[in-house]
Ligand binder design. Structure first.
Ligand code: ADP
Ligand code: MG
Length: 253
């Protein structure tokens, strides 16, 4: 029996009179990659930031690793890794210096070069964030979520705006993080990404969860309902062509 590391019950978030999150409930199992999928404005970031203790909920109950969000937010902060917007990093510091700064804030000892190595950024150790490509920035910001050795990391649209190679490289990084036992919650509106990465997904639309299951099961259910694609699927898509022609290697040095 897998155990829940996050439980959300009847979560509601109002911005003034506008209800952005309308009473959603879900569990995240320890060690899984859980996806929150939905179009822009669905309420994904709001939900994530409430669980991350960064935003006040209107009502509902959130438990993270046995800690109640209302009573023990500091205990929750200690076991989660939160991705900051890369624009939020102190300018003027290089990657190693930024990691050392975070280590100080989290009171953690981390080998900065080893951490950079784990996200393929060793050669950028002395660079500043503004000198990095989009994919490198995202890998760096994922690395910073790992500094406090969290049980859970939260990634909000980590691959938006990346080219196919950088996207795939980030997918492998996220899988590696999960292989080491860290639970991952990710938001995305790319369905190929969710299908590749996520063990289970919740599809959220206008503040409500309208489906929650494994990608496989959701697809099987749709097919069982009589759905058929309008035209026969080819054995490859344009992204396959692109990757075949341009290769998997990252273009950002
Ligand atoms: P998503 O991440 O799925 O795109 P968000 O959680 O960012 O969605 O936003 C959900 C809804 O709440 C949107 O309609 C958005 O405009 C609104 N919203 C988000 N943040 C605020 C805020 N600080 N004040 C008012 N409305 C907000
Ligand atoms: Mg968002």
């Amino acid at each position: 029996m897998p155990s829940s590391i996050i439980t959300v019950k009847n979560l509601v978030k109002k911005y003034g009179s506008f209800e952005a999150v309308k009473g959603i409930s879900f569990d995240v199992q320890e060690g899984e990659i859980f996806g929150l999928l939905g179009p822009n404005g669905a309420g994904k970031s709001t939900t994530l930031e409430i669980i991350e203790t960064l935003r006040q909920k209107t009502s509902g109950e959130v438990m993270v690793d046995g800690f109640n969000l209302d009573k023990n937010p500091n205990e929750i902060k200690r076991i989660i890794g939160v991705q900051l917007q890369t624009s939020g990093y102190y300018p003027g510091l290089n990657l190693v210096q930024l990691i050392e700064l975070f280590c100080g804030l989290y009171n953690q000892q981390v080998d900065a070069m080893e951490l950079l190595d784990s996200v393929n950024l060793r050669e950028k150790a002395k660079a500043q964030v503004k000198e990095l490509s989009g994919g490198q920035r995202q890998r760096f910001s994922v690395a910073t979520t790992l500094i406090n050795k969290p049980r859970i990391i939260f990634l909000d649209e980590p691959t938006t705006g990346l080219d196919p190679q950088a996207r795939r490289s980030l997918w492998e990084l996220i899988r590696n993080i999960r292989e080491k036992g860290t639970t991952v919650i990710i938001t995305t509106h790319y369905m190929d990404e969710a299908e590749y990465l996520c063990d289970r997904v919740a599809i959220i639309d206008s503040g409500k969860i309208i489906a929650l299951d494994t990608p496989d099961k959701l697809i099987d259910n749709l097919v069982a309902s009589g759905f058929e694609r309008p035209k026969e699927m080819k054995l490859a898509n344009l992204e396959d062509v692109f990757i075949h022609l341009t290769g998997h290697s990252l273009r950002e040095a």
